[in-house]
Design a protein around this ligand. Structure first.
Ligand code: SF4
Length: 102
């Protein structure tokens, strides 16, 4: 019979497997009725936005989530936005927090 110490030593590595192999939970899309999204007038289609004014030398019509500094996705479809706690925003979306990517 194994002692408790021997048992823990023998199985300790197994106990970590669930933590290491935990599946990555996909980020959720930013709901349009989210209070922060509403406050910043977020829309999933920038062409539907009102109030896109020229900002930092970029015409309002050229401002999209996909060219915003806070958009961290490798593609233009959907990606995490730092401003909204990394919830997914549409690459062709927009909000008043837009700033040009560096
Ligand atoms: S901060 Fe930028 S990436 Fe985030 S929702 Fe607004 S425009 Fe899109």
């Amino acid at each position: 019979m194994k002692t408790r110490r021997e048992f823990l030593a023998a199985t300790g590595g197994l106990a970590l497997i669930p933590l290491i192999s935990r599946p990555v939970i996909a980020a959720e899309k930013l709901p349009l009725d989210d209070p922060a999204a509403k406050a910043l007038k977020y829309v999933e289609d920038a062409s539907q936005a009102s109030g896109r004014i020229d900002k930092m030398g970029v015409a309002g019509a050229d401002q999209l989530c996909s060219n915003c500094r806070f958009y961290t996705a490798p593609n233009d479809e959907w990606g995490p936005c730092i401003l909204f706690q990394n919830r997914l925003v549409a690459g062709k979306g927009w909000c008043t927090g837009w700033v040009p990517s560096a």
